[in-house]
Design a protein around this ligand. Sequence first.
Ligand code: ADP
Ligand code: MG
Length: 729
Amino acid sequence: MSLRFNALNNLGKDPVEPITGTAKITAIFGENVFDLKKARQVLSDEAFKSLTSSIRAGQKIQRAVANQIANGIRAWAEAKGVTHYTHWFQPLTGTTAEKHDSFFTLKSDGTPIEEFEGDALIQQEPDASSFPSGGLRATFEARGYTAWDPSSPPFIMDIGAGKTLCIPTIFVSYTGESLDYKAPLLKAVEALNKAAVDVCNYFDKNVSKVSATLGWEQEYFVVDEAMFNARPDLLMCGRTVYGHNSAKNQQLEDHYFGSIPERIYTFMREFEEESYRLGIPLRTRHNEVAPAQFECAPIFEEINLAVDHNTLLMDVMARVATRHKLRVLLHEKPFAGINGSGKHNNWSMATDTGVNLLQPGKTPKTNLMFLTFFVNTIKAVHDHADLMRSSIASAPNDHRLGANEAPPAIISVFIGQYLTKVLEDVKERVGSKFDEQDESMLKIDIHKSIPELLMDNTDRNRTSPFAFTGNKFEFRAVGSSANCANPMTILNTIMADTLRNFKKEVDALMEKGEKKEIALMHVIREYIVSSEKVLFEGDGYSAAWEKEAEKRGLPNLKTTPLALDAMVTEKAKQLFEDNGIYSHSELEARHEIELEKYIKKVQIESRMMGELATGYILPPAIRYLNLLISNIRGLQDAGLDESHYANQKRIVSKISEHINKASELVEKMIEERKICNAIEDTRTKAIAYQSQIKDRFFDDLRYHVDKLELMVDDKEWYLPKYRELLFLR
Ligand code: ADP
Ligand code: MG
């Protein structure tokens, strides 16, 4: 029996018993995290103080107290049954990495003991050679090390019967180049902190720290495990490379916010519970638009922690799903013809005085502060739209961007009608003359119009890649499988840079004797004027917008290899250097890594398409074709004339045409891959893979295979069909 029918026969048999308890969330929240409360319990005053000050300053733990802290963590972890520890980091492969060591060791006289030294907590040297480095290792030191980032607390991973203490770390080369997603993010967060505090101080001298905040929304699909295993393409590529649409998919719009199927619900409860223990503050869960698609979202957090929590959650989801004989698909486009999955990144900035800088204020002063940060964000996105685009570029996300279900590849900003009006007012009413009248007029206008906005948070546009949603911006073009760190590093960096320039310009006017408010308003006005072309309120999915965007001169890069160019322009190199995020060689390395990832993904898909066509699609099609042919022959033998089997003949001719075409395309694609593989230059090779392999063959080959799926005897077909993957559970 084929895996497909095996899966269908066994569906729903032996349901997995839920193991979730009935505990209140507050009773288990953070149970497996070494947070400050637990640190307070096990650490000496000295060690605790040192830990908290390292966290506040974003600095490494001091060696002098490291042993004490490590011992405290070990005591806490051992009491919970932990035997091993690992430095947990986020290399550029896109997944998380860990190498487990046990606390167990032998003393010089052979006595076995359990220990965890401060050094082991602070720094480790994993073998870096098999992680992507984009050539950095060739030019620099081969080794790398991981170092604890104390702003993200250690936690315990519960895997099967084993428990492991995980220390969140950055991963850098010995000469200091970042080899991961976290190190640059921390730098960007710090750059933004400095720049934003300086600007905040125009309004409030008490602000001494600004933290970027992130609340992500994770979309995903869930499919039955046996069904998944019967689809080599899901297994190898994370998406179906073939598959005809089922008669019904999402057109009735009956899945969104519908009741959650029980089997999925049990799974959700369980991964949520595990997430709560890990301190991930999940808040919402619901069905998404496509069948078998769901979403979860937490309460927002300080960005570094939010990123760790998202990567951790993706891992937890995958593990818990297996326990329920389900599989989570985080791919951006697992199924053609229905919606793909994104990961909206809700982003804002918060001061240590408790103010959300993107929350419209109640008084003229706080409104001016809001307007300052609001307009600076627009300006940042306007000036660096190409970088924003590159930050979300990946082979799987290319299927989604611009596919009329997700934001387009054109980066624009949606702000809603009230704020559009506010910006227009500012533009019109702030004259080029600096006079008292300007000041009083503006105070009144901004004060009056912004509170209205608060009443209408529903002014929503779902088609914009970057939308203001009341008190935060929402970067919607991020892909579901992406590590948020990359887009967030870019966003925080461009914001830091924009704010620093803003301050320079305001200071320059003030030095000339302008009053502070007037100086601020004038630079704000200038920024509105120079960046308004990035603002767009209309339908981002429409063809009209593509035309309009082109007229406005906004970049529209539809493919990853070209979108990635933005990472290595002179402008980008300067920007990242000025802000201390990436050196030129780090940028080039990352560019290379992204291109290589792209090439490999397309290559794997192309191989899979060939393999499936040859081994899974053509054999049943040919068998069925033979059946039809012998049927016709039998009718001929019976002496019937052609009118009796004219249609069978037509079917035979269609099937054989699709078989013939499919096999021809597979062969041609293999030949073309050989040509691509011989290309030396990575960028040229990536472009070739995109234009000569993906664009030339994928849709075409799929067309013939999907036609065969409709025509061939269902019981002969090996691959689970869309209706089975999406509707049965
Ligand atoms: P939706 O966008 O689906 O309507 P919400 O507006 O309630 O949902 O929030 C979506 C996400 O935005 C949540 O993850 C939430 O934590 C996050 N969020 C809310 N406020 C902020 C903020 N100030 N900074 C960052 N994220 C935020
Ligand atoms: Mg949202």
